[in-house]
Design a protein around this ligand. Structure first.
Ligand code: GDP
Length: 532
């Protein structure tokens, strides 16, 4: 392909890509909505598939059973599907409070988000937390208020709730006609038509009936509710914010849709609007410059690593988001952190139900690359200019455990398991300078249970935890290497190395942290660390 033909191809492919994540509080309907989106995208033929896939995975490992029990999604995966002329990459974001770090990193790889809210519950704690994460990057967000087939809060109330608690302006795009048993459909504000709901059709795509607001037949069909929706619409026209694309793209306004995912209602409207409104991949920052997706040179960044995705193969997959150019199977790329060229022979693309080998991929796409321990979260790959993408940090853990083996003969396996599981970034592994302990640190405590279950399942190691008197961790550095050396000597008992060999100060109390910072002006203490 000539240079100009390639440039044109890349431009076209970028323009039709939509890479997004769904954020919600557990139980709001994320899984159900995902499934319906896949159904519309033709990626699955029948509703129920996503759940049954989940269920069969639970059967193969206790770790997954734990996920089911708690009703949370421990892993996050990527699903690719097409809708009309769009190529959509849906990144599943873990929803539990404990997984904020992993979620944060997944959200660095999306261009926009879809927020699902339960109409009976409104904004919940996890919605709020995820929203904070989105706000850090001004991620554009489309909202879907779900479960309208059940009695919920007044729609005006829900809009206020979002505006007030999430501090974002709402622009209603559709409006519900009734709720619960009286739910009859939605009014589309832009097209000024009503879309009437046909219940019990949740397994298929709903056509429904479309009718205009002034059609006299409306009174026949809706009875008293006709007057209600006419009043509501008048009120919205007077009081609600009109949709403003600039504001949406800047993360300052969220367009709001209403529907019922399980009944498959309002989902198509949502998807139609989503592909039109949501941004295509946009430029990404590196340490030297912003990289536009349409640049012809290839670049990508790893935002997630997962070990043992397929228990039969014991593989470790690095999830790479393509940020510019074109990926072609077999291409040679430079792995910048280690300064080596690698050939990517067998990258995987994740479909709704399957994985497939990928021949070509474009910006916004996520490819899975086999990792033999050399790839870490935050690693950048390019085919020409050396670039290092930024914005994928580690966070200082707040909970710690010392790992003990039940069977001392298994120490090699333990080491391997801990190193590989820490690579995924949900826990961090520390080795104190003064002994050979394994200390795990996590942002949320649930991770510790996951690790013990996975050590047993995937590495056949029985491990247990001992409490350890550590309060927090700070990465330490100094401009003057001598200053760092003397700090190291003086505070040896409080220092450890992280998995990448960087020095970490791990005090047993806040007081010790503060007094040490005060006494060590030449040392820089950091709470987050960019992967280098
Ligand atoms: P997640 O935890 O956010 O992934 O939520 P799920 O998709 O698993 O849904 C949680 C529960 O809500 C399940 O029992 C769903 O069947 C139910 N649910 C999802 N969407 C709807 C809806 O539109 N109406 C009703 N009544 N229930 C729904």
């Amino acid at each position: 392909m000539s240079e100009t033909a390639l440039a044109k191809t890349i431009e076209r492919e970028v323009a039709r890509r939509r890479t997004f994540g769904i954020i919600s509080h557990p139980d709001a309907g994320k899984t159900t909505l995902t499934e319906k989106l896949l159904l519309f995208g033709g990626a699955i033929q029948m509703a129920g598939t996503v759940k049954s896939r989940k269920a069969s995975r639970h059967a193969v490992s206790d770790w997954m059973a734990m996920e089911k029990e708690r009703g949370i999604s421990v892993t996050s995966s990527v699903m690719k599907f097409e809708y009309k002329d769009y190529e959509i990459n849906l990144l599943d974001t873990p929803g539990h409070a404990d997984f904020s770090e992993d979620t944060y990193r997944v959200l660095t790889a999306v261009d926009s988000a879809l927020m699902v809210i339960d109409c009976a519950k409104g904004v919940e704690t996890q919605t709020r937390k995820l929203m904070e994460v989105c706000r850090l990057r001004d991620t554009p967000i489309i909202s879907f208020i779900n479960k309208l087939d059940r009695d919920g809060r007044d729609p005006f109330d829900l809009i206020n709730d979002i505006e007030e608690h999430l501090n974002i302006e709402c622009a209603p795009m559709t409006w519900p006609i009734g709720m619960g048993l009286d739910f009859r459909g939605t009014y589309n504000i832009a097209t000024k038509t009503l879309h009437l709901f046909d219940s019990n059709r949740g397994d298929r795509i709903q056509e429904g009936t479309t009718i205009s607001l002034d059609d006299p037949r409306l009174d026949e069909i809706l009875g008293e509710q006709a007057a209600q929706i006419r009043d509501d619409v008048e009120l919205i026209q007077g009081a609600a914010n009109p949709f403003d694309k600039e504001k949406y793209l800047a993360g300052k306004q969220t367009p709001v849709f209403f529907g019922s995912a399980i009944n498959n209602f309002g989902v198509q409207e949502l998807l139609e609007n989503f592909v039109e409104l949501a941004p295509a991949p946009f430029p990404r920052p590196t340490t030297t410059r912003d990289v536009a997706p349409t640049e012809s040179s290839f670049s990508g960044v790893v935002f997630k690593i997962q070990a043992n995705m397929d228990p039969r193969h014991r593989d470790r997959i690095a999830f790479m988001r393509i940020n510019s150019g074109r990926f072609v199977r077999g291409m040679k790329v430079r792995h910048h952190r280690i300064g080596k060229d690698i050939q990517i022979k067998d990258a995987t693309i994740f479909m709704a139900q399957d994985r497939a080998n990928v021949d070509t991929a474009f910006p916004g796409d996520i490819i899975g690359v086999h990792n033999h321990g050399t790839i870490r979260i935050g690693d950048s790959f390019t085919d020409k200019e050396p670039l290092k993408f930024t914005g994928i940090p580690d966070f200082a853990p707040e909970h710690f455990r010392r790992v003990r083996l039940k069977d001392p003969m298994k120490s090699k396996q333990l080491h391997k398991g801990l190193v590989q599981l820490a690579e995924e970034g949900a826990v961090q592994l520390f080795r104190p300078l003064i002994n050979s302990d394994y200390i795990l640190g996590a942002v949320g405590v649930l991770q510790f249970e996951v690790i013990v279950a996975r050590l047993k399942n995937e590495y056949n190691v029985d491990a247990l935890y001992e409490p350890v008197a550590l309060h927090t961790a700070r990465w330490v550095s100094a401009d003057d290497p001598k200053a760092l050396d003397s700090f190291r000597d003086k505070y040896k008992g409080d220092l450890a190395l992280d998995a990448t060999g960087d020095l970490v100060f791990m005090p047993n109390s806040m007081w010790r942290l503060e007094s040490t910072i005060e006494r060590s002006p030449e040392i820089t203490f950091t709470k987050t660390r960019e992967h280098n």
